[in-house]
Design a protein around this ligand. Structure first.
Ligand code: SRM
Ligand code: SF4
Length: 578
């Protein structure tokens, strides 16, 4: 025996045990839901309900007052509805609209991963809400949790055959990677879940008892649009066409992710690498094998180091490729050339190849409420095409029949939505995560603040003659990166109430991340900070030069994509404000 000191391997994270003992995601969720003494569920159950698309939250606006009154927090739940490729029918739209009114806070949130979120559902309404979602042939299964999440796909039907084929493949990947546990149906739909009793050992042939080490995200991009931000995800497929414009296959990207933690330099956002090329008929197998590599080699001891991006960074691309090819039994091809022009949406009417038309509606930060919600309800009643949730939190009313166009156009006009896309280029390219009051991780405002900040900046943009210039501006309430802020030309990342780290210099087409320009900027200081930059951009840019590229040429930042680009080299002191 060796005399070398034995280094014990670090213990598994506690969530691994929760998963292992959960009997394939059953745990004690049912008992917790039925416990009338509490408006929420236990911490262990909260880890499991995520796999069912359900998050316990509380209304943070009420926290202080309720604490003063000696009351519990105002407990609520968020339910995330999976919509592969973001495509749903008008009937499904109407159902979601009704569920949000009957059981939620009356708003519907279109997320930047093409899902719906229902906010403000109280515990006693959760099952009824999810049953309604299922009745509309949608579900919340695997919308969150340590599994493959909603699969995203570029939603442009005007690319006709190419897009339809890609969407079909995206849906097949979504289907293959769904958890197989019966727990979801037993618990939410059939009401047959009984306590105790071991489910069959092979209930999850792909994921096993402990599922993945962490969440896993897959997207399909159709160049020249990079609206899905392909490099921000664990796994991406970039459609490649042949000379005749037909789908030849996909470049495969691995190891992207946005999340990090302030002050922890070992956490960082990362752009995905291009791994190789595969044919359309190989995509589902490639996706499955890559997921199994992460299942087997991802870090299950530290959840802050458990995403696939760290497996790719630690083991190297060559190792990942060899392991994937070993599991596939064949080799991936060499990556092909692709070109992205931008990450934004095309708003307003566009014509399809068959005389049909599509209207992309700008919905600020994806929050469907008030007159917009009413209008979309009326439109859904007459629309015979489909609705497509965009990766930028907007909505495409797609494949409008020629005969229906006047009626839908009139409804848009009547509700003053036909001109929403004539907003400034800054607003049309802005994105904020949810943050306060529902997100339990928010350190600062985001969805409720970015629109006002954009209004203030619009005055500067107008004065500088940049009203119609597209500048990608994104905000998040914390460094988890939900609004993909590290891919913004101007990014704001919440640090503490009213304070943001300011990032500059990402590429307009999503191929380069930004870098930290200034940490902990008070909200009131943002406009004075950004104003001179916009003015110089207006006066000194080279024709066609994007703001992110200009910021680099001016030497304001030097993005390298290295972890240090995202962390302030100063003491993290203002967390004390929290
Ligand atoms: Fe996210 C956690 C909202 C896209 C990275 N995200 C959360 C939670 C569930 C907070 C929580 O864990 O308690 C937020 C719920 C807030 C609320 O009240 O609704 C939340 N994330 C969102 C959404 C709704 C933002 C939006 O306004 O659109 C997006 C829902 C997408 C969906 O439909 O599935 C959303 N989240 C993202 C993205 C962007 C993307 O995937 O394209 C990212 C960065 C990409 C990535 O995953 O690396 C993202 N969310 C995170 C993280 C950090 C993960 C990490 O690797 O560190 C967390 C926290 C966590 O997992 O521990 C998080
Ligand atoms: Fe919440 Fe942070 Fe995600 Fe915003 S980025 S939704 S604050 S977890």
């Amino acid at each position: 025996m060796s005399n070398e000191p034995q280094t014990a391997s670090p213990p598994l994270h506690k969530n691994e045990q929760i998963k292992a003992e959960s009997r394939f995601l059953r745990g004690h969720i049912r008992e917790d839901l039925e416990d009338p003494s509490s408006g929420t569920i236990s911490e262990d159950s909260a880890q499991l309900t995520k796999f069912h698309g359900v998050y316990p939250q509380d209304d943070r606006d009420q926290r202080v007052q309720r604490r003063r009154e000696g009351k519990d927090k105002a407990y609520i739940f968020m339910a995330r509805v999976r919509v592969p490729g973001g495509v749903c029918t008008p009937q499904q739209w109407l159902a979601m609209d009704a569920v949000s009114d009957a059981y939620g806070n009356g708003t519907l949130k279109i997320t930047n991963r093409q899902s719906f979120q229902l906010h403000g559902v109280i515990k006693s309404n959760l099952r009824a809400a999810i049953r309604e979602v299922n009745r509309a042939l949608l579900d919340t299964l695997a919308a969150c949790g340590d599994v493959n999440r909603n699969v995203m796909c570029n939603p442009n039907p005007h690319l006709s055959a190419l897009h339809a084929e890609t969407l079909g493949i995206a849906r097949a990947v979504a289907e293959r990677l769904l958890p197989r546990t019966r727990a979801y149906h037993e618990l939410w739909i059939e009401d047959t879940l009984v306590a105790g009793g071991e489910p069959p050992e092979d209930e999850e042939p792909l994921y096993g008892r402990t599922y993945l080490p962490r969440k896993f995200k897959i997207v399909f991009a159709v160049p020249p649009s990079n609206d899905v931000d392909v490099f921000a995800h664990d796994l991406g497929f970039i459609a490649i066409t042949d000379e005749a414009g037909r789908l030849a296959g996909f470049d495969v990207t691995v190891g992207g992710g946005m999340g990090m933690t302030h002050g922890q330099a070992e956490t960082y956002p990362r752009l995905a690498d291009v791994l190789g090329f595969c044919r359309p008929d190989q995509v589902v197998d490639v996706a499955e094998k890559i997921v199994t590599v992460q299942r087997d080699f991802g870090d299950r001891t530290d959840r802050k180091h458990a995403r696939f991006k760290y497996t790719v960074a630690d083991r190297g691309l060559a190792w990942i490729r060899a392991e994937v090819e070993r599991r596939l039994g064949w080799e991936l091809g060499s990556p092909r050339r692709f070109e992205f022009t931008g990450t934004g949406d095309r708003y307003g009417w566009t014509e399809g190849p068959n005389g049909d038309a599509h209207f992309t509606l700008f919905i600020e930060n994806g929050r469907v409420k008030g007159p917009t919600k009413t209008a979309l309800r009326e439109i859904a009643k007459v629309h015979k095409g489909d609705f497509r949730l965009t990766p930028n939190q907007h909505l495409m009313i797609a494949s409008v029949a020629t005969a229906d166009r006047p009626r839908i156009g009139a409804l848009l006009r009547e509700h003053v939505l036909d001109g929403a896309h004539r907003a400034s280029g800054l607003r049309l390219n802005a994105m904020a995560c949810v943050a306060l009051p529902t997100c339990g991780l928010a350190l600062a405002e985001s969805e409720r603040y970015l629109p006002d900040l954009v209004t203030e900046l619009e005055a500067e943009v107008e004065a500088a003659g940049l009203r119609d210039d597209a500048i990608v501006i994104r905000m998040t309430g914390c460094p988890n990166g939900c609004g993909r802020p590290f891919l913004a030309e101007i990014g704001f990342v919440g640090k503490a109430p009213g304070k943001y780290n300011v990032y500059l210099g990402a590429a307009f087409n999503g191929t380069r991340m930004n870098a930290l320009y200034k940490p902990s900027v008070a909200a009131a200081e943002i406009v004075p900070l950004v104003r001179p930059m916009l003015r110089r951009y207006a006066m000194e840019r080279i024709p066609g030069e994007r703001f992110g590229d200009f910021a680099i040429r001016m030497g304001w930042v030097t993005p390298t994509g290295a972890p240090a680009d995202f962390h302030a080299q100063v003491a993290i002191s203002d967390t004390a404000d929290l």
